[in-house]
Design a protein around this ligand. Sequence first.
Ligand code: NAI
Ligand code: MG
Length: 326
Amino acid sequence: MKRIAVIPGDGIGKEVMDATMHVLEKLNLPFSYSFYEAGDAAQEKYGKALPDETLEACKKSDAVLFGAAGETAADVIVRLRQELNTFANIRPAKALRGIKCLYPGLNIVVVRENTECLYRGFEFEFDGVSEAVRIITRQASERIARYAFELARREGRKKVTALHKANVMKKTCGLFRDVCREIAVEYSDIEFNDYYIDAACMYLVMDPFRFDVIVTTNMFGDIVSDLAAGLVGGLGLAPSANVGEKHAIFEPVHGAAFDIAGKGIANPTAMILTACMMLRHFGYLDEAKKVEEAVERTLESGKVTPDLGGNLTTMEFANEVASLLD
Ligand code: NAI
Ligand code: MG
């Protein structure tokens, strides 16, 4: 029995999680789901965005399934990734069948370092001056670079591209770039190059097919993964997995989306595909494929949520997917 700690969180987190649980229930897998609170609402209620009980449960679980947090995201999901040492954040951007997007056929993956960089949380403020400390270590850079190359091999991908700004941030980005170049030598079967992050953003928009696996530091990874999601249809479709040696957290790329929360119109595809990444993590490859296929068939049918030009509610979309699993 796999113990899954489920944190729906804030805003559309709850809505897309309900929809995803409805799909997962159809699979009858040996999973036990326990629900925990975290996020803005938990902050209000307990004075802590990530209550101790939730953190402990996540540490004891076999996996965490996370929806979204709101303004407390840094105290919840960024902290959880650090506490559970899930050092790699895997964010595929794949054009799905039936989606009218900028780049049909695109299939890239962003591998984001998850534990350091400016998101480490070392921020100080004194007398009108605010500062943030950016931590980049050889150890974490090696670990994420290796992860990217191993992922490329495992998925039959041909190329790894490191993104950095080593011309300006000579020490931090310089270290990251140098380590990526060193590790690349060990993987002569995989092509390697690196770009400055700003130019890479232009290449991503104008010619994303030059990328396959992207590896980058925490904050750049956050930014380019939303950009990459935009190339293939938007945040409503973008799943992600945070993995470490002991723990794993599965969460969509998107946040609480307060602009559409409470209306029942969020696209649950990102969360459902996130659950598929969890299924694969536990070795349920056939089940993952089955759900992914059901999602794509539903998208192809044109019965979709408003972000994709349709008029289905979150739950109606989930029902369509679930009905294909019978
Ligand atoms: P967001 O990712 O929540 O939303 C960005 C845009 O994408 C919005 O227009 C939203 O409506 C749309 N969108 C996102 N997910 C969608 C879905 N499933 N279906 C349809 N449309 C979708 O980012 P935003 O608006 O910058 O932040 C909102 C709140 O979420 C903030 O409080 C922020 O701190 C938090 N946040 C939390 C994250 C997390 O928990 N991992 C990540 C990003 C933001
Ligand atoms: Mg983000």
